[in-house]
Design a protein around this ligand. Structure first.
Ligand code: 13P
Ligand code: SF4
Length: 302
């Protein structure tokens, strides 16, 4: 089947089955076209809260689909690319965090939404890149915080909130490795009239040199109000914005920043997943009962 036919078929089956397709900003433009909602991690989690459809097809990575399932346990949630994970989420294990918690019972544990469901089950509050600063600012000022697993986002939150925060040793390989100080310096020379805007998963050195820092949605909102920018995040968002604003000058900070996991989703996979109702996310009651707590706390505090 060619792509146009596939898109038609997906929309047909979606209607027949009363399904809804949620896609992250990093998905390819083909996937954005057939999605009902495209957004950042928080927008997609928030939208999952009120969904009345029978099926959610999630085009993104596993932790996002798991979050949707936790928030909406009575809806069938399918992950369109069944093996799409997040390497950063894998950098914190249940066992290691449990050990930390047992040894430091006085700490509040804040988890980035990019974490496994088992890790979430040990945490006090969950955050996303768009609300982390706001939420940490609302936590008990007398408590020390362990931020898990992204040391870069954790560092950004620490600077912005002036709180005592210990950082887990995890990071996003794409944002951590593919954007450097040299990239920023060279773009400043080539594009002196462009703002440089980056995701907080970039290293503290890169974040310190940027003009604006934000989640994928916040970077997209910045582009709605500005005509020229160099963007330091996964290429999918940059491509989405170039398509949306063909008259603006939108330059990737690095062409190498591609998240292979985010790119595992194809139209064919969305079609097969929905048609055959495969790649279903299931969560045991034992884990769900604790993992939902930090997510509910996030939704309340936000
Ligand atoms: P956002 O919540 O900003 O969309 O980020 C998700 C992510 O995985 C970034 O790498
Ligand atoms: Fe995970 Fe990084 Fe991919 Fe986002 S871009 S899903 S943090 S590996």
């Amino acid at each position: 089947m060619n792509n146009d036919l596939l898109k038609e078929e997906i929309l047909k089956v979606k209607k027949e089955k009363n399904a809804i397709i949620l896609a992250h900003n990093y998905q390819t433009l083909d996937i954005h076209e057939i999605a009902d909602i495209v957004g950042d991690s928080f927008q997609l989690a928030k939208i999952a809260e009120g969904i009345k459809s029978n099926i959610i097809v999630f085009c993104g990575v596993k932790f996002m689909a798991e979050t949707a399932k936790l928030i909406n346990p009575n809806t069938k949630v399918l992950l369109s690319a069944g093996d799409a994970g997040c390497p950063m989420a894998d950098m914190a294990s249940y066992e290691d965090l449990k050990k930390f918690k047992d040894e430091h019972p006085d700490y509040l544990i804040v988890c980035y939404v990019n974490s496994s469901i088992e890790v979430k089950s040990l945490c006090d509050v969950c955050v996303t890149s768009s609300n982390a600063v706001r939420i940490v600012n609302k936590l008990d000022k007398n408590k020390k915080i362990m931020f898990v697993p992204d040391k870069n986002l954790g560092h950004y939150v620490k600077i912005k909130t002036n709180r005592s925060i210990d950082l887990w040793d995890g990071m996003c390989p794409i944002h951590h490795l593919f954007f450097t100080i040299d990239d920023i310096k060279s773009k400043r020379i080539t594009y002196p009239d462009h703002k440089i805007i980056v995701h907080p998963e970039c290293t503290p050195e890169v974040v310190a040199l940027a003009d604006f820092v934000g989640s994928t949605k916040e970077l997209a909102d910045f582009m709605a109000d500005n005509d020229k920018a160099v963007i330091g995040t996964e290429l999918g968002l940059v491509e989405m914005l170039i398509q949306k604003y063909p008259q603006k000058s939108i330059i990737p900070l690095s062409n190498k920043a591609i998240c292979q996991n985010m790119k595992k989703t194809s139209l064919n996979e969305v079609f097969e997943t929905l048609k055959n109702e495969i790649n279903e996310i299931t969560i045991s009651d034992e884990i769900a009962i604790n993992a939902i707590k930090p997510i509910k706390m996030m939704l309340e505090l936000n």
